[in-house]
Design a protein around this ligand. Structure first.
Ligand code: BGC
Length: 365
């Protein structure tokens, strides 16, 4: 009830501010007079999680270059020293100490940054959650990401389409994988996919042979390929000595390739496997007819949008958002700027990557 009241009042405040054209920044922490902006060469912190997916590696480089080009002093860090949330907590604290005016965070663990973002708010810094939402704190001012629920829906639909292309009639045997439970995106991706898949499980079109449909059973700790490969090995050994596996819901490319490696090692035909991130090796795999789909979430566009938000704040302008209702972090509804993800299969790859110099050549066959 209390939680509902909080959410409801946040929605009312957000809606009222949208109507009056006010920024929600003041409402969220009230610690900075946004209208005054800040220095053009301010320190801007960027705290990224790890390098398990190519998109994070690319984001770091793009932030370095983009912030420099915009005249800021970028301080870009990865939680890589011990690959734990403690690394990221220390990095954010040090960005606050350095006087960063905006701290952009791709959370290593979205539930464990409350003290650090409180310190940022106390120091008057704006906090932007990048790609992954930061949970259970009022001190996250904005969220910039691809529409995560849509990503999940596209993956669920691609799984159905890919299997139907190979075998027009069901029932289909499938297995489900989700991401790391410390990443708020994992439940959103999985929820989006299950919106599409659950009705088909209920009507018998899909059969999850292992019976593992709960997100706790499907999770892949740390988003690590090895964990997905081990789980797939176990699923195959335990459930598919006779049965045929038609499809696997994979939340991203790195895990998709691990799943395919496991299936190949077991000497089975490759099922329809979904993905996300447009990783080079997965685009090659799609063009070779192995992985079925990926999602294009162009990192260049996301970083560009995040930097545009920094520039708006610097000038004291209203920071633009386009979805102020969907992302409830448990304490507030975080105003978000969401970009549209695009499903990619072999069929539309050339079109989808037409303006991407790294990926476009891979699609020319
Ligand atoms: C990102 C995905 C990525 C995953 C693992 C998620 O939060 O949205 O693009 O594949 O993390 O790094």
């Amino acid at each position: 009830m209390r939680r509902f009241a909080l959410v409801a009042s946040a929605i009312v405040v957000t809606a009222a501010m949208a109507l009056t054209g006010c920024s929600t920044r003041g409402a969220s922490s009230g610690s900075t007079d946004e209208a005054s902006g800040f220095a053009k060469d301010a320190v801007i912190g960027v705290a990224l999680p790890d390098k398990t997916s190519e998109n994070w590696v690319l984001a770091g480089k793009l932030f370095e270059d983009g912030l420099k080009e915009a005249g800021f002093k970028g301080d870009v860090q990865y939680a890589a020293a011990t690959n734990t949330v403690a690394d990221q907590q220390n990095q954010i604290s040090s960005m606050v100490t350095k006087g960063a005016k905006v701290i952009i965070i791709g959370a290593k663990d979205g539930g464990q940054l409350s003290s650090q973002v409180q310190a940022a708010a106390d120091a008057g810094a704006i906090v932007i959650a990048y790609d992954r939402l930061i949970l259970n704190t009022k001190n996250v001012d904005y969220y910039v990401a691809y529409d995560n629920e849509k990503v999940g829906e596209l993956q669920g639909q691609a799984l159905l389409d890919g299997m139907a292309a190979k075998k027009p009639e069901g029932p289909y045997n499938i297995e489900l994988f989700s991401g790391s439970s410390d990443d708020a995106n994992s439940a959103v991706f999985f929820g989006g996919a299950m919106k599409i898949l659950q009705p088909k499980i209920d009507d018998g079109t899909l059969n999850v042979v292992s019976g593992q449909t709960d997100i706790k059973q499907t999770a892949t700790a740390g988003w690590l390929a090895k964990n997905a490969q081990d789980r797939m090995d176990t699923l195959l050994a335990g459930n598919y000595s006779a049965a045929e596996l038609d499809g696997v819901l994979s939340p991203n490319d790195n895990l998709a390739r691990a799943i395919i490696t496991s299936v190949k090692a077991a000497g089975k035909p490759i099922p329809t496997v979904t993905g996300q991130d447009s990783e080079v090796e997965s685009v090659k795999s799609i063009m070779a007819g192995e992985q079925y789909s990926t999602i294009n979430k162009d990192t260049r566009a996301l970083v560009k949008q995040a930097i545009a938000m920094v520039q708006q704040a610097q000038k004291g302008e209203k920071v633009e958002t386009n979805d102020d209702k969907s992302y409830d972090n448990g304490v507030k509804v975080v105003p978000a700027f969401l970009l549209p993800p695009v499903i990619v299969t072999k069929e539309n790859a050339a079109d989808a990557y037409a303006n991407d110099p790294n990926l476009e050549p891979l699609t020319q066959q």
